[in-house]
Design a protein. Sequence first.
Length: 429
Amino acid sequence: MKKPLFFSLILVAILAAGGYWWMTRQIASHMDDLATTLRPVGSLSYDAVRVSPGGAAYVVGIRFVPFGMAESVEVERVSITAENLWRLWRMSRDFEDGFIPSKLRLSLNGLKLSLDGQLVDGVEGGAFGGLLFDAAGCGDRREFSAMDLTGMDYWDLLLDASMAYRLENDGERIVLSMTSRGREMSELSATTTLELNATSRRVEELTMAFFNARLESVHLSYRDLGFYPRMLDFCAAETGMSLTDYRDHHARQWRERWSEIGLEPGPEATVGYQRFLSSPEQIEIRLEPRWSMPVSRLASLDESGWIGETRIQFAVNYGSMLELDIATLGSDLPEPAEDATRADPTRPVTTASTERPSFDPYAGWQPVSFEHLTDHHQAAVIVLLKDGSRVTGHLMESDDREIHVRVRGVGGFFIRPYERDRIAEVRVR
């Protein structure tokens, strides 16, 4: 009885060792193929490939040196994590059979970049660190440059990132999660839930389901890990102000930046942001569509579109969730008591309606004829369309048939054409 059990245990150990060897060799082979592909532009090396019993495969000690550069891109670890070790082993077979794993996570840890090197030369600091309009009031900056970040005593960027998904009920919905972290800077995480209504994990069915998917919710969380105190000190020194005065100045300019894209923060948003500036910890945003929104529409939404077509709540420094009172210019928002940027951050904000003076939502925006648009390329622009909708952005190009406007959408900025026949009026500032 003992001998069969003993030999069974040996067989299991041999199979486990064989599976471990096979998986590590498969991953190492892919890394070697990648190194061969990159050979014309640089040298790729790595220290080891490892597999954990929990279902994760790691490549550690990755280093890429572009030819003609003294610096390198270094990554502590890249990993892929499945539900368990069996699913990890089955992953390649699932893909070959046309199925998507029900759960998967990709992670990158310890990407190191030198801010004073060639690899980040020209990279806008807006890719790292702060929230929307974090450079408002810091001189004439629209975003922080890599050079500005060195002025905040950031010399090396050490970045972590992860992307994950989870299919529920064999494709009825999908939960997508992304997290990016700049060590000693900030952490931004986003979780998006989409209704797919697929009935299996087959690639063909899920691909078609994504074309008809609908947004259920988005949850965003920003956690400051040291960026805002350094940024505020840096900008106070740049502008010659005290730290307190610069906070107030930045908050006023922050409101002005919102007005440039046709939106107006109300008292809750303004004082909430001021509270965050006084003690930068965390901001959380929860978003739900007001109607059944197809995913295909998301890329066309700018900030005004998100405000108008979704219900948004926010919380500051782990406080209670509040309705986000940012609205289009001229909407009936309550007027903040006193200067909202100087309001006591600990004092509750009153949102009772007050009588407002007449307000021109386009004050400061000058109408311009099509013939003179070429004089205003690169200017901030509001385009009023004949269907009653409005586009805000920057005017990039114009000709006899259409204009091209740089607008913010999901994932970044886009340049979109608008035919003259659709346009009722164009205003610039």
